[in-house]
Design a protein around this ligand. Sequence first.
Ligand SMILES: Cc1cc2nc3c(=O)[nH]c(=O)nc-3n(C[C@H](O)[C@H](O)[C@H](O)COP(=O)(O)OP(=O)(O)OC[C@H]3O[C@@H](n4cnc5c(N)ncnc54)[C@H](O)[C@@H]3O)c2cc1C
Length: 429
Amino acid sequence: MDPKPMTDTVIHTQLAVIGSGMAGMAAAIFARNRGITTVQVGRTSEMSFASGCLDLFSTLPGHPPRVFADPFEGIAALVKARPKHPYAHVTQDQIRNGFQEFTRFMAQAGICFHGPDRDVNQQMITPAGTLKPTWQVPAAMIAGARAVAENQRIGLVDIQGLKGFGARQMAQTLKTKLPGITGATIAFPGRETAGDLMYERLAWDLETPAVMDRFIQRLRPHADPVEVLGLPAVLSLYRFEAQRRVLEQALGRPVFEIPTLSPSVTGMRMKEAFLGKPGGTGHHHFPVAVSGITRDRDGFGFLVTRGQEPVEIRARYLILATGRFLGQGLGVTADRITERLFNLPVTQPSGRAGWLCRDFFDPEGHPVNRAGIETDGFFRPLDAAGSVFDSRMYAAGSILAHQDWKREKSGSGIAIASAFRTVSHLTSS
Ligand SMILES: Cc1cc2nc3c(=O)[nH]c(=O)nc-3n(C[C@H](O)[C@H](O)[C@H](O)COP(=O)(O)OP(=O)(O)OC[C@H]3O[C@@H](n4cnc5c(N)ncnc54)[C@H](O)[C@@H]3O)c2cc1C
C-alpha cells in the first residue's frame, strides 16, 4: 500500500536534489541529460559569491604547499597524499566528461567557457590584485587570461565609488609579474556624485545606449595606450556578451571583465543561466529549505511550498548537495559539527580546540575546512558503523569530507566531478 499523502498535491519524481549550489546545479544538469525526472530544492544565493570561473585543482596544502600548473598531475599527487579525498573516487575521464557536459549546457544557456589548450591552469586577475589559477574561464574573462599568459600591456580601469575594486592598487601589486600593467579610475556617466555605487546599478545603467556611449568615451584614453582593457564585471546580467562586443568594437581591442567581490555579477550570471531562462532545465525547482525528510521502501518524501500551497515530493533517489557551513549542510551544536538533514556522522577534529591551526595562514589549512561526510566510492554516505546509509542516497560537492576546496582551488571541480559520478551511478543501478 502506498504511504498516505501528506498534501493534496504530490509530485512523484525519480530524483530529488537537495541543494542548488554548484554541486546541485551540476547534478540537475546531468540528470536532465539522462532523462531522469528531477525535483531540486535550495537557494542559489551561494553561487552569487563565486567568481564564475571553474576551478579544478592547483594547490596541495602542506608544509610547504605544492602548486601544480597541470591540475591532473596535481590531483594524482593529492590522491596519493590524501587517499580519502573525493577526487580519489573519480577517474580523470569522469572529471573531463563531467566538465565537458557541464560547460556544454552552460554554453547553450549563454555562458561559454574556455579551457586551456594544454592541461595547464589558466591565470585570472582577481580584485585583490593577485593571479588565481583556474581551469575553465568564461568568455567574458578570457581576454584577461590570455593577456596574462602572453604578458601583454593590460590596462585596468575602476569606477569611482565602486567598492572593493581599486585598479591602481591591483596594477601596483601585479607589476612584478606583469610589468606592462597600468591602472586608472573613471567617473561613471550620470553617477559622478552618487557616492557608493552598486555593481547591479551600473549594469542596468549600461543598458541605456547613451550611457554606454559616454562610458566608452571615458574609457577611450585609458584603452588607447594598452593592448587589452580590464574592467570590473558590470556588463549586464543577461546581455554581457553583446555589451562586451560593443565595447571591443568601439575601443578596437579586447576587453575583459574581472569578477567583483560579493555579490558577484559573474556568479549571478551562472545562476541565471541555470534557472532564469524560460524552460530552463525543465525540472521542478523550489527555492526553499527542507527538513524532516522521510525514508521508506519507495524512496524519500518531504514537503515544499509553491506560493502558499504545500506540495509533497516523493523521490526514488536523493542527492545531498547541501554544502558545508555557508550552504548550511553542516551546522554546529555545542562543540560538534553535525550534518543537518539526516544527522549523518561528520568526520571532524575531536574537539573545537582542533578546528583551527594557531597560524591563520597555515599552509596546511585548518582541519575544520576538511570536515564533512564519509562516503563509499560511489559517493553514497556512510553511517556510524561505516555501512552505506541508504543505497538510494548520494552526496556531492563541498559537504564531502577530506577536501579543502578553498585552499586547493578545487570548488567547482569537486562539485562537478562528484555530481557526475553520482548521477552516472544511479543511472546504472
Ligand atoms: C566567495 C566564494 C568564491 C568562490 N569562488 C569560486 C571560484 O572562483 N571557482 C570555483 O570553482 N569555485 C568557487 N567557489 C566555490 C563554489 O561556488 C561552491 O561553493 C563550491 O563548489 C561548493 O558548492 P556546493 O554546491 O557543494 O555547496 P553550496 O554552494 O554551499 O550550496 C549548498 C546548497 O544547498 C542548499 N541547502 C542547504 N541546506 C538545505 C536544506 N535543508 N534544504 C534545501 N536546500 C538546502 C543551499 O541553499 C545551497 O543551495 C567560491 C565560493 C565562495 C563562497
